[in-house]
Design a protein around this ligand. Structure first.
Ligand code: SF4
Length: 352
């Protein structure tokens, strides 16, 4: 077994995280769900979401049978909603194609929506104790520092080298032991708890004696910074229609990554919003009131949001799908984070 793997396994037995909710039991469903939730998100944030999710959907069949609204409601605030939509679709696919059993081969796992090479390997190693290397952001940072590679984590040309390195360091199989499962958790824990992006805790690190970055004083400067790229900016007007029955939300105003989520009617400009409003069966009781404009950042662009509030009363049947909602409805709906924060502001204002 490589010295690196042995040192990590010894450290994991003493100091690794062994009480995470998805480790009890370390079932394929729990591992898969946690891996998807942990993409772009830290453990401390994920734990309460994971616990709520498995209380509502304790197993794969219950997730497959759920409505999209119910799944998205439990994802509200976690962001990157395509993860939830893919999870839901994959559960249905597993029921239809794999008799409800999570597959255990790399090819079958990667054929499911939302599962890429590293997530498939994380499921194989942790749920099935197979020799499969993962390569998430934490692992890349550990490997780049340990080998003192002069690259950034997202350097496209270096990815094959990083995969090869990750595979070469895997432990060898010990009969009866859960070495592959523990090794995967150990290398993720090392990146998350000691070999952190800023201020790596090298004195406590189990692989410090062989770390090339530490030996050459580069532990703070590697990986190299990612090539910076200016994100484009977009604009959107949110129409906050408030009435004595509540505030209007609908499931069909989604755009981009917010498809299927409930939100305010949204438009490219205020004049477009007011034109739409004029065609609705609504009595308008107030002038439009612009709330402070704010920016929400997605992975590929910045979105400037301009909320405009108007008091209305219904005078017929709205053609758009949706309804006036109150605070009792919101926990049951999938809501983008900025929408939830505007709803809370509206609620505070209405009761002040
Ligand atoms: S010695 Fe420091 S830089 Fe090297 S792997 Fe350990 S924590 Fe990271």
């Amino acid at each position: 077994m490589s010295q690196f793997a042995q040192a990590l396994l010894n450290w994991y037995a003493k100091a690794g995280r062994q009480d995470l909710p998805w480790q009890h039991p370390r079932s394929p469903y729990y591992v898969w769900l946690s891996e998807v939730m942990l993409q772009q998100t830290q453990v401390a944030t994920v734990i309460p979401y994971f616990e709520r999710f498995v209380r509502r959907f304790p197993d794969l069949p219950s997730l497959a049978q759920a409505s999209t609204d119910d799944v998205l409601a439990l994802w509200t605030g976690l962001g990157y909603y395509s993860r939830a939509r893919n999870l839901h679709k994959a559960a249905q696919q597993i029921m239809a194609q794999h008799q409800g059993q999570m597959p255990s081969s790399q090819a079958e796992l990667e054929a499911l929506p939302g599962i890429g090479r590293s997530t498939a390997a994380a499921i194989r190693s942790q749920a099935f104790n197979q020799p499969a290397a993962i390569l998430d952001g934490n692992v890349k940072r550990v490997l780049i520092r340990h080998q003192a590679l002069n690259i950034s984590s997202n350097d496209a040309k270096a990815q094959p080298q990083l995969w090869q390195l990750a595979e070469s360091l895997l432990p060898s199989a010990q009969p009866g032991a859960l070495d592959f499962a523990n090794y995967t958790q150990a290398i993720m824990d090392l990146g998350a708890t000691l070999c952190k992006r800023s201020k790596p805790n090298c004195p406590a690190c189990p692989v410090a004696s062989s770390c090339q970055a530490l030996a050459t004083g580069q532990q703070h400067s590697l990986p190299l910074p990612k090539a910076s790229r200016t994100k484009p900016e977009r604009e959107r007007v949110f129409l906050l229609l408030s009435s004595p029955e509540g505030i209007w939300l609908g499931p069909d105003y989604g755009f981009g990554v917010w498809q299927d989520l409930w939100q305010f009617p949204s438009f490219a400009s205020q004049s477009e919003a007011l034109d739409w409003l004029a065609q609705q069966p609504l009595i308008v009781d107030s002038q439009p009131e612009s709330w402070p404009r704010f920016r929400h950042t997605f992975s590929h662009y910045h979105l400037w949001l301009q909320p405009v509030q108007i008091s209305v009363r219904l005078n017929g049947i709205m053609q758009a799908s949706g309804r006036f909602t109150t605070a009792q409805d919101w926990p049951k709906l999938g809501l983008p984070k900025p929408v939830l924060s505007l709803l809370n502001q509206w609620q505070q204002q209405a009761h002040s």
